[in-house]
Design a protein around this ligand. Structure first.
Ligand code: NAD
Length: 459
């Protein structure tokens, strides 16, 4: 996992040190001391909770499964972040992901801090009954440190709506008579989940791209023409042109992003390639995304990856190697599968002028530097894939109010929030030498630092 917490914090603070508007009443030695304290506070988590969940398997054998809950920072509100069920999840990864949640929530003005959980299991190797037990045990072990006003978990890789329903049910048992609807988000709608939560991340990913590459340019065209920024040049070169799009990953995030691109009337998009764990599909005239969405829904999430499957699906496409999507000759590449997909080994072969991170950390730090220097616009995870946590916040609010919003209201609120963030960040990005990622980090760290200072946490 590629987040270098300490260097992200340090580089952001270095950039803020010379900004006279930032913590302007702190000068000279007190300023240096405050910045050093901020470095220490933000680059380490507040708390790490660990346990071994004792599970009796259906065969009767007892196993002890490592489980974590990391609470990085709660200056902005209760800790918030998913619980990852994965066989290789480890403490360091969970710390990094919790840190990313602190930054993401701060960036988008979501009144939560950052947390993350992990359970070291491959969910495919356990029966539903065993997964139910694992979910309930997780809540039993961590019940005193989570809760609607303390720390609100959500699904992450390997966990979903089903696990959140189980976990909320267990929390309700353990804390009778206390508010419980806001204890977990990502629940099923009938259990207090929000309409639109499943689509929120993919829709947000596409909206971020659309706003950056179209709406923003439309409003700021004459200013962008004068900035001399290489990123502005890339954006203006693509503005109002027909765009070829590729999407890596066709799961929850990738399939919704691809469908949004296919259906978008605002831009002339053609989705020429999509991929998943088996293959890349390619059609230079554009793929029939709605049919692929239907196909995957009835084929365990997988794209057609043999000639017979392709025939059965009715899709016109060539089947290519899984990784060919990354180096495809397209204008825009959405990454919605895994981390570290663009790296030193393939960075020079990337042809897209715009890369949008639906997954967390799909571009390594070295590849990020290389592509930014070439003027490639990289819309980072922290900005692009926050739709899930933003709608989780709406779910938490709806649970408090016991009032529920329509799908239309949810998307309107989601886009308003993401647009608010972009209206702050994009003028900075196109007006200074930092990458979009660095601008997001600096802005997040600035807000967090101001809150910590004002809360008297730096004495
Ligand atoms: P998912 O499990 O629904 O889908 C993952 C997709 O990636 C599948 O189509 C799978 O076949 C494909 N895939 C797996 N290995 C691949 C490989 N080597 N090459 C190409 N494709 C591969 O997951 P998701 O919910 O869509 O999440 C995708 C990514 O986005 C994950 O990294 C996740 O952490 C991140 N993310 C998800 C959300 C969310 O709300 N779902 C929010 C933020 C970030």
């Amino acid at each position: 996992m590629q987040y270098q917490t300490r260097s992200i914090v340090q580089e952001s603070l270095d950039a803020l040190m010379d900004d006279e508007m930032f913590l302007s009443d702190l000068k000279d030695a007190p300023r240096k001391k405050a910045f050093s304290s901020l470095g220490a506070v933000l680059s380490t988590p507040n708390k790490i909770h660990k346990s071994f969940l004792r599970i009796v398997l259906e065969k009767g054998e007892i196993v002890r499964i490592p489980a974590f809950r990391v609470q990085h920072n709660n200056a902005m509100g209760p800790y918030k972040g998913g619980i990852r069920f994965h066989e290789s999840v480890n403490e360091e990864e969970v710390i990094n992901l919790a840190f990313l949640m602190t930054l993401k929530n701060s960036l988008h003005d979501v009144p939560f801090g950052g947390g993350k959980g992990g359970v070291v299991v491959n969910p495919r190797e356990f029966t539903p009954k065993e997964l139910n037990l694992i979910s309930k045990k997780y809540v039993q072990y961590f019940a005193d440190v989570i809760g609607p006003d303390k720390d609100i978990p959500a699904p992450d890789m390997g966990s979903g709506e089903r696990e959140m329903d189980w976990m909320m049910g267990e929390y309700k048992n353990i804390k009778p008579g206390q508010p419980y609807r806001g204890s977990f988000t990502g629940k099923s709608v009938i259990n207090g989940g929000s309409l639109g939560r499943r689509e929120a991340t993919g829709k947000g990913v596409y909206f971020t791209f659309r706003y950056t590459m179209s709406d923003f340019i439309q409003k700021q065209k004459s200013w962008l023409e004068k900035t001399g920024s290489p990123y502005a040049k890339t954006a203006l070169d693509l503005y109002e042109k027909p765009l070829k799009v590729a999407v890596q990953g066709f799961g929850n995030v990738g399939s919704v992003t691809a469908l949004e691109a296919y259906q978008c009337k605002h831009l002339q998009n053609k989705v020429v390639s999509v991929s998943d764990r088996h293959c890349t599909l390619y059609n230079e005239d554009g793929l029939d995304i709605p049919t692929l969405v239907k196909y995957t829904a009835s084929n365990q999430g997988d794209l057609p990856h043999t000639d017979d499957m392709l025939k059965e699906s009715g899709i016109q496409a060539d089947i290519l190697h899984r990784d060919e999507v990354l180096t495809m000759d397209v204008d825009v590449l959405f990454l919605a599968a895994l981390e570290e997909q663009i790296h030193n080994g393939n960075k020079e072969e990337i042809k897209a002028s715009v890369i949008v991170e639906g997954a967390n950390a799909p571009v390594t730090a070295d590849a990020d530097d290389y592509l930014n220097e070439k003027g490639v616009i990289i819309i980072p995870d922290i900005l692009a894939n926050a739709g899930g946590v933003i709608v989780s916040y709406f779910e938490w609010l709806q649970g408090r109010e016991t009032q529920f919003y329509s799908e239309e209201q949810i998307y309107k609120k989601l886009y308003d929030k993401m647009q608010g963030t972009m209206e702050t960040i994009l003028p900075k990005y196109f007006g200074d030498p930092h990458s979009l990622r660095q601008n997001c980090y600096i802005h997040s760290v600035m807000k967090l630092s101001t809150v910590l200072y004002k809360q008297g946490k730096l004495f």
